[in-house]
Design a protein around this ligand. Structure first.
Ligand SMILES: *[C@@H]1O[C@H](CO)[C@@H](O)[C@H](O)[C@H]1NC(C)=O
Length: 254
């Protein structure tokens, strides 16, 4: 009995240590920071820090005029606040990023003291872009980045096969349940199985409602107690990272 209690306490303690070593990010739509001042960035970062979020995943569509001015302000603010940032290149918004542009962005900011590093390498993610998977052989060679893409349109197995050896881990976009169902962990489990020890970035989202006829999108997904259920699932699965979807994607209400 005593031994069982001790073991229980020990596993709780080990569990807590594991959680501290891991990190939580929030997906941030840079296009929505078009009119931000450094003060706006600082306030957003302050709220994120109060919520124990470690970094913003800066989602950027290729060619968006907001990207470059916003990055300058965001990194300035992050250095003031002691907050962290990393790039999440969006290959769906305006199509594929040219390889050379990705390399330039990582070269410019990857060694900034506010850029999030993992195992000593600048951490880089994506939203989609599996058909550009081979680009990352050179991008990784030139920048030394740690690469955790979201190629969810393929699923875990095909994402790992898109350019073998290129992903260091994977991010899944499957944060919502279908129809009236409650959220489960089948997709997460498939990622963790195929990753076979490589790190997994698990998505957590409160809900999803969108009505944007211009993008032919109009749906609401079951989010009644999704936030609560999903964090329990994260505590159970203990992924290396959690990415909250999202911080400010107003068009999808998540
Ligand atoms: C920025 O301000 C302009 C002018 O008021 C406005 O049209 C635009 O929608 C704003 N952008 C964002 C992302 O809020």
């Amino acid at each position: 009995m005593r031994a069982a209690v001790l073991l229980g306490v020990l596993s709780l303690w080990l569990g807590a240590c594991r959680v501290q070593a891991a990190a939580v990010f929030a997906h941030f739509m840079v296009t929505n920071s078009e009119n931000f001042t450094t003060y706006d960035w600082e306030i957003n970062m302050k709220f994120a820090q109060q919520a124990h979020i470690d970094a913003f995943a800066l989602n950027m569509a290729y060619g968006d005029a907001t990207n470059e001015p916003s990055l300058a302000l965001a990194f300035e603010a992050a250095n003031v606040r002691g907050f962290q940032l990393f790039f999440s290149f969006d290959y769906a918004g305006n199509g594929a990023w040219p390889k050379a542009t990705v390399i330039d962005y990582i070269d410019q900011y990857g060694s900034n003291s506010a850029y999030y590093h993992y195992k000593g390498k600048p951490f880089v993610s994506t939203f989609e872009g599996p058909s550009s998977a081979p680009d990352w052989i050179d991008i990784k060679k030139k920048t030394g980045c740690y690469f955790v893409p979201d190629w969810s349109s393929l699923g875990a197995k095909a994402a790992l096969e898109a350019s073998p050896g290129v992903p260091d881990g994977l991010f899944s976009w499957a944060a919502w349940p279908w129809g009236p169902n409650d959220m489960d962990t089948y997709v997460d489990a498939s990622y963790m199985e195929y990753l076979d020890g490589r790190p997994y970035m698990m998505p957590v989202s409160p809900w999803f409602y969108t009505n944007l006829p211009g993008y032919k999108k109009n749906w609401v997904w079951n989010g009644d107690h999704l936030w609560h259920d999903r964090w329990k699932q994260a505590l159970y699965l203990q992924p290396e990272w959690v990415e909250i979807i999202s911080w400010n994607d107003y068009g999808e209400s998540h």
